[in-house]
Design a protein around this ligand. Sequence first.
Ligand code: 1CP
Length: 355
Amino acid sequence: MTETGKPLLRVLQGEAVWPPPLWLMRQAGRYLPEFRALRDKADFITRCMTPDLATEITLQPIRRYAMDGAILFSDILILPWAMGQSLEFVHGTGPVLGPIRSQADLDRLDPKRVPEATAPVMETLTRLRGILDGPDTIGAAQGGRTTLLGFAGAPFTVACYMVEGHGSREFDATRGMAYADPLLFDRLMARLTEATADMLVAQIDAGAEAVMLFDSWSGLLPPNQFRRHVIAPTRAIVQEIHARRPGVPVIGFPRLAGVMATEYARETGVRVLALDTGADMTAMSRLLPDNITLQGNLDPLLLLAGGDAMTQEARAIRDAMKGRPHVFNLGHGVVPATPPEHVGELVRAVREIGQ
Ligand code: 1CP
């Protein structure tokens, strides 16, 4: 298959393809027994930084389900770690970082370390691209049909973890800093914006065919803060990528942004808007220009539940988007308790037409 023939890449570039290509956020994860088997071999950061392991984990869902997209196995917190922030993934707790609360904390981070620290990630992408575009069949996937996706956290969401030092429902310390010490917060955001653009360009050079920006916590911000800390840095990153690597699609995921997602899509320049579970795809489709590709948005809990309710809703989303560029996906990541058979049923339901 030629490069332009990959269904997902064509849709990311603005073409409508029927049935829509699909991949799932967190498609490589704890719900897969083969992932859990590798999980015991090394801690999370080691798995991300070992090309053999990261390549294998990325390919697991491709072998099983012939997904149209393979997303690099890594994490949004690898960037702060690569800049020198302490990071540990604690079993049962999640990520724990040495929090950034002062100019002195910020000054200890060094963006110049990132290229060397992330070299294994780039090596993983290069290997993956070679395997995916090679002549061999990769499990269920026909050689050459799967698009390789790189990603990063968007600056605001990464700042949430960097300032808070751990996951949270509200990220009060971060949102508080943005108001109480806007100069410090803006300096952190500026550093992240530049480092994120550079890292995504490096991912593209290593083999990523499109890149996604995860802004999982953007929905916590009121409109003016959203414009300042979500739209403005995202626009800067998109412009930088477009200037340096023209034609590479950027997928933006402003999770829980509600009505602000339309302004985000218009103002940031993202080629693709990924929508969360709460978004009305049909309404968003009417509000946005046809040349913006939409991605989403089945409820991950419907995938957990499975059965007819899942296949009917998946087909309803797919059919409502017929005729516009649409990438089928979930509205957030696969939850760990999901039976792997349900993912197989979902893939079949989305690919079966004439139902
Ligand atoms: O072994 C383990 O249990 C580690 C669990 C895990 C995994 C599988 C973490 C820790 N990260 C990942 C992989 C990951 N994270 C990917 C890989 C590709 C794929 O989708 O298959 C991606 C794209 C991410 C992105 C990510 N990490 C986001 C954005 C998307 C989202 O879910 O909203 C966020 C917020 C994170 C932070 C993070 N990393 C890991 C955890 C458990 C968390 C969430 C922490 C929290 O807020 O409580």
